[in-house]
Design a binder for this molecule. Sequence first.
Ligand code: SAH
Length: 466
Amino acid sequence: MLLTLSTTHSPATDLGYLLHKSPFRPQSFELAFGQAHVFYPEASEERTTAALLLEVDPVALVRNRRGLAGEGGALEQYVNDRPYVASSFMSVALARVFRSAMSGASKERPELAEQSLPLVARLSVLPCRGGEAFLRRLFEPLGYGVTATRHALDETVPEWGGSRYYTVTLEARTRLSDLLTHLYVLIPVLDDDKHYWVGDEEVEKLLRHGEGWLAAHPERELITRRYLRHQKSLAREALERLAGDEAPEPEERARVHNDEEATLESRLSLNEQRLQAVVGVLKECGAARVVDLGCGEGKLLKALLKERQFSEILGMDVSVRSLEIARERLDLDRMSEMQRRRVNLLHGSLMYRDKRLAGFEAATVIEVVEHLDPPRLAAFERVLFECARPNVVVLTTPNAEYNTRFESLPAGTFRHRDHRFEWTRAEFEAWARKQCERFGYSVRFLPVGPVDGEVGAPTQMAVFSR
Ligand code: SAH
């Protein structure tokens, strides 16, 4: 398996300083699974190419996997594609052999390590699950020109068609450390396999190597899932951290708490009344495109889908687990094509400006604000009213005054342990009016649930319009 790196930066031989490997002295490295060799097929001022040749020893692989014999059948342990293709072995070799270059350090050419250089990487055999289209979706958003030649499954039997192996050239003006990091992360993603056990530390590794590019990559979700070998809980954690925010409390615990809150309010079937009230307001204002911010497990989305008025429905939440449940609840994967076009789920955080939230006629924020601590609430205000800026916002939150009417709720506690506050009617109204002044909205307030003469209704709702 061969990887070459070329530059036409002048003088091109500086590549040797950046890689910390002399163009004039071949070197070999012992790795647990074989050997890596570094040498330069060409080294002139105009153009220099470094080659990393990886020799994976299939017998050493089997030997190092004592106790795992039999996995995949005895023959497959010895006869497989691993020695011949770029895979996670290549990533390990890159990190070992070009460690300083990958971290962007260079003793002799520190300023060059910081610069974008004309670079070309060529991988002799790269397995691409998802084909050339997926290869392009990975590298093109990072600014690479991609050339790929597909290999036949068997050259002597052309009717068998193409294999999943490609010879790939990637070309860009970029920093060498960025190129190496992209290869390090994306080679195993394309291969969709890893030779070692993937645990918690892989999340850290992915986030570290993904810094500065992964969060904004359009394929970040698939990259993360594949990199972490489809281990859902790890992928969830990584995606949440990439969104710059973590689910407000660990997910399993959150579910128990949501159930506690639901039990507390169920005697009033408050949830049902809340949904009806929200849908009622949205129908009245005539909105067709609605975004539900902090949609959780998708209860409102489901109610909106039943109404034909709503032609574009987007649910957004920071919790990947909740979105997975929403996906199942809505039966998204089995929906008719027409229904499917109406609804979408989006993973993101309300702490960050997000272009994908703009252009909606109405936004709903149902039982979400009380989960946000003060700095988060402040960020959310701008994201909603200044950036997403829908015509109508329907927002609900508990009315703290009503809590004395829940017999089982000890005095002075919140309805849900993750609530950061619960507002009285006066507090909520003062907050809402302040947002109107700042962002040019007007607001009206509606009670949801049975109104108590003294303490008001259990849920309070604000309808903002501009
Ligand atoms: N609106 C839903 C869920 C309410 S629970 C319903 O009425 O059933 C609060 C939701 O807000 C949770 O799903 C939580 O994950 C989400 N949330 C909390 N902080 C968030 C943030 N910063 N960005 C996006 N969603 C957030």
